[in-house]
Design a protein around this ligand. Structure first.
Ligand SMILES: [Fe+2]
Ligand SMILES: [Fe+2]
Length: 343
């Protein structure tokens, strides 16, 4: 059995930079709007310098900042177990993983900043409770096995979602995703390995692993977003080459992947309706509780308040670091200006 969830090369291939209009023409000769459409039609990248429709810019800022917030808030459920990891090896792996998530947040905030929205504004929106992030991180981590289930299922779902984003039409977003996906692959493997060890351990460890899978299965399927017929923005995002596959297509792909992998664990998925539909070529699963999804997304999940309070506190505690960094940067640029004057 392979845990390989990296995309095939064609999925990850990064389009070449836009070659521009056919010879003799360019953005100036036919107008920026036509040039934007041309770049999309040839599946090239839109870069920060290029003209783009306001709605495209807004959609990207919303999506990338939500993604960044998810990475940062997503550090909390796992950080909760760093001090209680069962061995030094597990502790160092978990610390590395949580730090990776911080890095993902940073690449993504930087990508969103290239669209003209400052990071301070995005952070303010998050801690004021105005911004959204993935609903999955509002569920509690009750046992060590949750570290395994999160790595395998949550990071696994993130990979399915994010590999196609390596080809997103907006250059800085797609490029950030390439590195993020490589690291997510490691996250997924370490989670699977935790579960494998528990599944081969004592009866109590086995039960703990099964219980974690039972609790994280449905929320991980909901990470792909609402069903296609209830996802009004998807169509436009696909037309803009931001999204490449629909929510249901990605969810089906994920179910097909984990239904095989769980066999290697000797455990089960809490869903007896999984089957491959030969006609639609999609994996089917039991209905999901979308009312619960909407509740959690609206801020009424089990840990929403706790996650935001923790984020707010961390932001306030980090004020001196931001001030020190700004003072240092100002000092450096003043010194540079003096040097230039002397020269
Ligand atoms: Fe991540
Ligand atoms: Fe991850």
């Amino acid at each position: 059995m392979s845990l390989q969830t990296d995309a095939s090369p064609d999925l990850q291939a990064v389009p070449s930079a836009g070659s521009g209009f056919p010879s003799g023409s360019g953005p100036d000769s036919q107008g920026p709007e036509a040039y934007f459409e041309h770049l999309l039609a040839e599946d090239s990248r839109i870069e920060p310098r290029d003209w783009m429709p306001e709605a495209y810019r807004k959609t990207l800022v919303r999506q990338i900042s939500q993604h960044a917030h998810s990475e940062i808030i997503g550090m909390q459920p796992e950080a909760n177990w760093i001090t209680r990891a069962p061995s030094l090896k597990r502790k160092s792996i978990l610390m590395a993983k949580v730090q990776d998530e911080a890095g993902h947040g940073l690449y993504l905030y930087s990508a969103a900043e290239t669209l003209g929205t400052p990071r301070e504004k995005m952070t303010e929106d998050l801690i004021a409770g105005k911004a959204r992030y993935s609903s999955i991180f509002n569920y509690p981590t009750l046992s060590w096995a949750d570290m395994g289930a999160i790595g395998w299922l949550v990071d696994g779902a993130a990979i399915c979602n994010q590999v196609p984003l390596c080809r997103a039409s907006y250059g800085p977003y797609g490029r950030a995703m390439v590195r993020v996906c490589k690291e997510e692959s490691f996250h997924q493997r370490q989670g699977f390995e935790i579960l494998l060890e528990l599944a081969n351990g004592t009866e109590a460890q086995r039960e703990m692993a099964q219980d974690a899978i039972n609790r994280w299965y449905a929320p991980s399927l909901m990470m792909f977003g609402p069903p296609d017929d209830d996802s009004p923005n998807s169509k436009q995002s696909m037309a803009w080459n931001i999204k490449r596959f629909s929510n249901d297509e990605l969810r089906s792909r994920f179910v097909g992947m984990i239904v095989e992998q769980v066999k290697a664990l000797g455990l089960t998925l809490p869903d007896d309706q999984i089957r491959y539909n030969e006609d639609t070529k999609q994996w089917e699963h039991a209905p999901l509780d979308w009312a619960e999804f909407k509740e959690v997304l609206a801020g009424r999940g089990p840990c929403n308040a706790q996650r935001l309070a923790r984020r707010r506190e961390a932001h306030e505690n980090g004020a001196w670091v931001r001030e020190a960094a700004a003072a240092y940067a100002a000092k450096q640029s003043a010194a540079q200006a003096r040097k230039t004057e002397v020269a």
